[in-house]
Structure formats: structure tokens, C-alpha cells
Design a protein around this ligand. Structure first.
Ligand code: PLP
Length: 392
């Protein structure tokens, strides 16, 4: 019988030395040796399995890759130096000059920059579509369209896109479906089961979960992963063995951490709905979220992020951020520590105000990555920063 998610995250350990260590050892080596010329030839020719050089493979990266593949319920994965190198390698592995792709408009700021400013230099064009309006996707398809890239829940707007609908659409149109699954993690959502060919991750976020390393992953079928792997091996955004070791260790606690992130976030989201100073509290599992039904269909819990707007707009928002005593002002998310960000002046400052509006990033929007502190302490800090003001 296939073991459960939590057990696989902990017990899937395939790298050991002859010392019979219980925890996984670290392999900080740039290259590997061979017993003889014939063995070296065979490994280079891929006739025999083996490590050659840590830009290609390393035992710690391999362990992380095998684990993520298992957790995402797919065949294989590649580890990369950051979430953006994962996104970029997934794109570059599959697209070439003359190709066109569809991208759901609400995507991570740097992903948007890559699609807007870098890919056109190499003759690859993107049409941004409304992830919630499936009728509009078809009219954006061209004979050269190869891929549909999307993120759900999106950063920072928490838009929800129906993965099953995109899966059916991509199957009909013979498009490669690539999903950035960073916000949900494989514990809450597995896009492969809805037809995604590749899943990308910023492992920097909930996977590390403790704000220590930058890393990325692409998971998928071996067939769709092969060009991504070749791109990584040739161009070199490889993950370090040490960071891979940290990430693999962190995954052992992903399930318990996500349970608490989600519980704290849901509690805060419900509580914040009753505060006078704020409006439009958004959390995927709140009934007021327009995508809550779809979210509940494809995610097991609502995730660790929520957003809201300050009634006083930008000025009130800045005052709120300055008043925080416990929560951190930081650009990261998915940490044990609760992090509060103002996207319009930071992560999405380079996106034009019109484009920000289109994806709901208003000037007063605040993103909260809810951490693992006690929820009552979080309420107290948020309340004092908002200047009191409970409705009831
Ligand atoms: C952070 C993030 C990325 C980029 O990951 P890095 O590890 O910072 O390179 C990509 N997608 C989403 C949704 C993110 O939140």
C-alpha cells in the first residue's frame, strides 16, 4: 500500500553512507570519482546511474527531487537555485522563438517581468488572460500557442483558478499546463491530478518554512521534465547540496506546519472581518471569497496567506505597518514568523498601476503571511497596530 503524505515526507530517504546514520548526511562535493575508465564512460553515457558533477546531480538534490515527485504524485522533479530559476527553466526548456503562451494575469511579480520583458527578446510572446474567465481563453489561442502558465492561489491577490477547467482546456487545445503551486504546497493541492504537466515551486517559502534558504523545484512526468533538466544542466542554476539538505529536512514537518499555518490564517481571517478599520478580507476558504467553492474543490485547506485593505488607503496602510511590534515587515512569506507586506510599494512596484488594478492590487492592499506564533498574540499585535476599533 502506498504510504500517506506525512510518512513519505519523513521516510523517503534514499541517500545513506556505510555509517548507518539515521539523519541524512550532507554531500558537499563539487564532483564525484570513478573506480575505472569503463565505469566513468558508462555513467557519462547514462548506461549506469551515478553522479558526475554537482551542477548536474548531487545526492542531496536527488533526495529532495525524489521526495517532491512523490509528494506531488508525479514521476520526477528537478531542484534549482530559486523559485524563479524553476519558473524560468520550465519556460525555457519548452519554448522557442515564435512560440506563444497564455498566462493567467495574476502571477508573481518576477514571473510577470520574465514574460513581459525577457521572453520577447527571444521571440516568445505572452497573452495575459483572466484566470476566472474560461470563455476568454479560447480567443487568445493562436496556432503557435504552446503553454498555459498559471498560479493558484495567486501571489498576492489570492485569486483562485479552476484547475480542472484549465486541465480540460489544455487537453483540448494540446497545450502544456504549468502551475506555480507555491502558495498551496503539495500538502494542500496537487495540480498534476487535474492535468498539469509541470508544477513549479519556490521552495524558499513554505517548503523551507523557516526563512533560511532560497530554492526552487519543478516536478512532472519524466517526459516533460527532461528538457527542463537539460536546460538546468547546461545553464547551471543548480541548488547547493546544503540547501537541498535543509529543504529535504524541512519537508519532514511540512504537514504539521501547514496545518497550523492554515488554522491560524482561517482564525485571523474570520476575526478580521469584524474589524472596523479594514475591509475586503480575502482568504480562499472564506465564503466571501469569490473562488471559495473552487478552492474547496481543489485544496484541502485555505493556505497560510490572507489579504485585506485599510479603509484609509495608503496613508493608513503605512501607519499600520509602522505600528506592528510582533509581525515582521519583510518580502518573504511562508515563514514560522508572521510577515506583513504592502505589495503596491514593494513586490509589485514595477508593475504599472493599471496592471496592478487589473489583478486587484490596490494601493491599500496588505498581504499577511500568517506564521506559527500563538494566534492570540497575532490578534493582539494586529489590533494594536490598527488602533483598536473592534466593531462589537
Ligand atoms: C516567491 C515566489 C516565486 C519566486 O521564488 P524565489 O525562490 O524567490 O525565486 C515564484 N512564485 C511565487 C508564487 C512566489 O511566491
Amino acid at each position: 500500500m502506498k504510504k500517506q503524505f506525512e510518512t513519505r515526507a519523513i521516510r523517503l530517504q534514499n541517500q545513506r553512507t556505510s555509517e548507518r546514520e539515521h539523519s541524512v548526511p550532507i554531500f558537499p562535493t563539487s564532483s564525484f570519482t570513478f573506480d575505472n575508465a569503463e565505469q566513468m564512460r558508462a555513467v557519462f553515457a547514462s548506461e549506469e546511474e551515478g553522479n558526475i558533477y554537482s551542477r548536474f546531480t548531487n545526492p542531496n538534490c536527488r533526495e529532495l527531487e525524489t521526495k517532491i515527485a512523490s509528494l506531488e504524485e508525479t514521476e520526477d522533479a528537478v531542484a534549482l537555485a530559486s523559485g524563479m530559476s524553476a519558473v524560468f527553466s520550465a519556460l525555457m526548456g519548452h519554448l522557442q522563438a515564435g512560440d506563444h503562451l497564455l498566462c493567467a494575469r495574476a502571477v508573481f511579480g518576477s514571473t510577470y517581468q520574465v514574460l513581459m520583458n525577457w521572453l520577447p527578446r527571444w521571440g516568445i510572446e505572452t497573452t495575459f488572460v483572466d484566470g476566472g474567465d474560461s470563455e476568454s481563453w479560447i480567443s487568445a489561442v493562436r496556432p503557435t500557442t504552446k503553454m498555459f502558465f498559471l498560479e493558484t492561489p495567486s501571489n498576492p491577490g489570492l485569486d483562485i483558478i479552476d484547475l480542472e477547467k484549465v486541465g480540460d482546456f489544455c487537453k483540448d487545445q494540446e497545450l502544456l499546463m504549468v502551475v506555480d503551486n507555491c502558495f498551496a504546497t503539495p500538502y494542500l493541492q496537487r495540480p498534476i491530478n487535474f492535468g498539469a504537466h509541470l508544477v513549479t515551486h519556490s521552495a524558499t517559502k513554505f517548503m523551507d518554512g523557516q526563512g533560511r534558504v532560497v530554492g526552487g523545484l519543478v516536478a512532472g512526468t519524466s517526459e516533460h521534465l527532461a528538457p527542463v533538466q537539460r536546460f538546468l544542466r547546461n545553464t547551471g542554476p543548480s541548488l547547493s547540496p546544503f540547501n537541498a539538505w535543509i529543504l529535504s529536512k524541512s519537508l519532514e514537518t511540512l504537514a504539521v506546519r501547514m496545518d497550523r499555518h492554515c488554522a491560524n490564517a482561517l482564525t485571523l481571517a474570520k476575526w478580521m472581518g469584524n474589524l472596523e478599520m479594514i475591509k475586503n478580507v480575502r482568504y480562499p476558504f472564506l465564503e466571501s471569497h469569490p473562488g471559495s467553492e473552487i478552492a474547496k474543490k481543489q485544496m484541502s485547506q485555505g493556505g497560510g496567506l490572507l489579504t485585506f485593505e485599510m479603509r484609509g488607503g495608503l496613508v493608513a496602510g503605512k501607519q499600520f505597518l509602522d505600528n506592528l511590534q510582533l509581525c515582521s515587515l519583510s518580502a518573504n512569506l511562508g515563514d514560522t514568523r508572521t510577515i506583513v507586506t504592502h505589495p503596491a510599494s514593494t513586490t509589485h512596484a514595477k508593475v504599472s498601476p493599471e496592471d496592478r488594478q487589473k489583478v486587484g492590487i490596490t494601493d491599500g492592499l496588505i498581504r499577511v503571511s500568517v506564521g506559527l506564533e500563538h494566534v492570540e498574540d497575532l490578534k493582539a499585535d494586529l489590533l494594536q497596530s490598527l488602533g483598536g476599533g473592534e466593531k462589537y
